[in-house]
Design a protein around this ligand. Structure first.
Ligand code: FES
Length: 203
């Protein structure tokens, strides 16, 4: 059941053409907002809803027409932008959205465009990263078509999806951790844990 108060703020709006260090937006696409929103849950206290992505987990759309549905590879537009998702246990159907640290971005890219390390954790060009900015933890919910990169709208960090989400601009101190994925049929599933600490590093 979806609770109205937890509904994601779905925003899909175009803005200018890129993004500067100071956060001036131009040319980017907000792919989805409200990264802490819930989707569907049986019991708020069920720890299965907040544990990190588990091997074999599928992914459920956070927002949009397919909200709550399992992501298929061909749902992802080739070349971006990214889609915000939460892991979902395929056996129970529970979406692990009780922790905002479980918010993930999926993108489908030309495999030949990926760095070797990125390709090793991807599946036929489908790449997964934590959606939690390593600066101050905002959801990385924007896309610049000019740089073909993820953008955090809070302070303008830009991450390269083809190269391990390395930081291209902005105050983020380190890349977004990647999540290993593989395909089961046409469905991306978790193959390996996050490559590093999710979210801002404690000071
Ligand atoms: S929280 Fe993302 S750039 Fe500051």
């Amino acid at each position: 059941m979806v609770h109205a108060s937890q509904s994601p703020v779905v925003r899909r709006a175009r803005c200018g053409a890129s993004l500067t260090r100071r956060g001036t937006l131009y040319g980017c696409l907000v792919v989805a907002g409200g990264g802490t929103a819930g989707l569907a849950r049986a019991d708020e206290s069920d720890p299965a809803l907040s544990i990190p992505p588990q091997p074999g987990d599928q992914f459920a759309f956070l927002a949009g027409e397919k909200r709550g549905q399992v992501v298929k590879a061909d749902n992802l537009p080739l070349g971006g932008p990214q889609v915000q998702v939460y892991p979902i246990d395929p056996k129970s159907g529970l979406v692990r959205d009780a922790s905002r640290l479980n918010l993930v971005i999926l993108i489908r890219l030309d495999p030949s465009s990926l760095s070797e390390d990125t390709r090793l954790r991807a599946a036929e060009g489908v790449v997964a990263y934590s959606a939690v900015c390593t600066h101050q933890g905002c959801p990385v919910n924007m896309w610049t078509s000019e740089k073909k990169a993820f953008v955090c709208s809070c302070h303008g960090s830009v991450y390269d999806p083809r190269n391990g989400a390395q930081v291209l601009a902005g105050p983020a101190p380190r890349p977004l951790p990647s999540l290993g994925v593989k395909l089961q049929g046409n469905v991306p599933v978790v193959a390996a844990a996050f490559s590093g600490h999710v979210g801002p590093t404690a000071q």
